[in-house]
Design a protein around this ligand. Structure first.
Ligand code: GDP
Ligand code: MG
Length: 441
């Protein structure tokens, strides 16, 4: 996919005369990529029309960095399509908000409810979960298990079969307990059915939610628009969460959901675990839609800040997807040497924030140096392995002793490694652009 877009843009750069025909060819090729990413046909067509209005052929003809102009225009247009123009309801800490989750069965509602609760709990909210799904067997058990793990109070019933009654009672109870974020999980059906929407309408009427969140599986493809619209017609959907972004689907259906509900995407789900949940960030999302990966900016930056002689080797390692402790060590060396490389890592979601938070560069550097001291006590086998299981207890103790650092810090360093390795694993199979192709995408 990314390849086809790169090719399209490459073709453009080779054409000596940029005319409308070339622009069309380029747009068509990018449109195909978007359709493959599940962006709705009509939206792709609208995007094409808008791009033609925006991109000034004379500018292109004059040779003003053609590829950048078109790329930027398409990128901006897609970002705009994901922005409904108004933010979603803002929760206020200490003031009770009721948030209702809706979506088809299997979309990830129950999982996402807990993630959402957990996310806010960490930020000082007092959340609670209400299970108003009496349709799916085991729904209450699932929510109970999740809630217990996250130490979040929950409400539900094995006996009561009326979801409206449970929802009402649950919300009532948690209001009394001064919870400031009461989350109502609802049932879904496999298909869009009248009974489901009637149930959603009634639960909403009984609980008066401040916000209704539509949960959407990133892989539902072209069905997203109708699905989102059907929910919007029965309850006041005010936000969208796209789940399973860790899979292969690019989530182009999100554009449809935004259009159908006139609501923004607020979070994405990136795994089954409680903390695999990210605040929605439009730019990496659109990069991914276009098949650019989250890595396009990163690759550009690598060329700016990683020493020339180290680049091919690093890129090769990255594309193999084997992130070893030694690679981490070498990258730490770069970070300390170059300082501004922090910028490079800020291109990667979840990276800079924790490794080099803004304003805390000094502390971060000291931490990185400590990590390196510990890594100096590692064997070659340990440094060159990409298997974290290798690091058993006795090895951890040995490294702690050898480096004179507490075991806790060794563990922390290994956690950091695991986190980075996970991010790095996404680079596996990455096509390494040759020199000169770099600025194309
Ligand atoms: P519900 O029927 O809408 O309540 O959906 P569930 O919350 O029960 O989720 C259905 C399945 O999707 C479960 O197996 C979840 O673990 C899984 N799931 C939910 N969100 C994600 C996600 O972001 N990534 C992945 N990989 N799996 C997810
Ligand atoms: Mg559920």
């Amino acid at each position: 996919l990314g390849g086809s877009i790169s090719r399209a843009l490459q073709q453009m750069s080779n054409a000596t005369i940029i005319d409308e025909k070339v622009l069309n060819e380029c747009l068509n090729e990018i449109s195909r990529a978007l359709l493959q990413s599940d962006v709705q046909f009509k939206m792709v067509r609208d995007m094409q029309v808008n791009i033609k209005k925006i991109v000034n052929l004379d500018d292109l003809a004059a040779g003003h960095n053609k590829r950048k102009i078109i790329q930027q225009a398409i990128f901006n247009e897609l970002c705009k399509m994901l922005d409904p123009g108004k933010p979603s309801y803002t929760l206020k800490k200490g003031k009770t908000s009721v948030v209702m989750f809706v979506g088809l069965q299997g979309s990830g509602k129950t999982t996402t409810c807990t993630k959402y609760a957990y996310y806010h709990q960490k930020k000082g909210w007092k959340p609670a979960l209400v299970c108003a799904d009496t349709f799916r067997a085991g729904a209450f058990d699932q929510l109970k298990q999740n809630a217990t793990k996250a130490k979040i109070p929950f409400y539900g019933s094995y006996m009561e079969s009326d979801p409206v009654k449970i929802a009402e009672e649950g919300v009532e109870r948690f209001k009394k307990e001064n919870c400031d974020l009461i989350i109502v999980d609802t049932s879904g059906r496999h298909k869009q059915e009248a009974a489901l929407f009637e149930e959603m309408r009634q639960v909403s009427e009984a609980t008066k939610p401040d916000l209704v969140i539509f949960v959407m599986d990133s892989s539902i493809g072209q069905a997203a628009f109708d699905q989102a619209q059907a929910f919007k017609q029965s309850v006041a959907v005010g936000a969208v969460i796209v789940t399973k972004m860790d899979g292969h689907a690019k989530g182009g259906g999100a554009l449809s959901a935004v259009a159908a509900t006139k609501s923004p995407v607020i979070f994405i789900g990136t795994g089954e675990h409680m903390d695999e949940f990210e605040v929605f960030d439009v730019k990496p999302f659109v990069s991914r839609l276009l098949g650019m990966g989250d890595w396009s900016g990163f690759m550009d930056k690598i060329h700016e800040v990683v020493p020339m002689d180290q680049q091919p080797e690093l890129l090769q390692k990255l594309s193999e997807g084997n992130f070893t402790l030694r690679i981490m060590y070498e990258q730490f060396q770069n970070i300390l040497k170059m300082g501004p490389i922090g910028q490079v890592f800020s291109m990667i979601p979840g990276f800079s924030q924790e490794l080099m938070p803004k304003g805390r560069e000094k502390e971060s550097q000291a931490r990185i140096k400590r990590f390196m001291t510990m890594m100096d006590s590692m064997t070659n086998e340990e440094l060159d392995s990409s298997n974290p299981k290798l690091m058993n207890e006795s090895r951890i103790m040995r490294i702690a002793r050898g480096s004179g650092r507490p075991v806790r810090e060794v563990m922390e360093m290994l956690e950091e490694y695991k986190r980075l390795a996970k991010i790095w694993s996404k680079m596996k199979g990455l096509k390494i652009p040759k020199k000169g192709e770099m600025s194309a995408l």
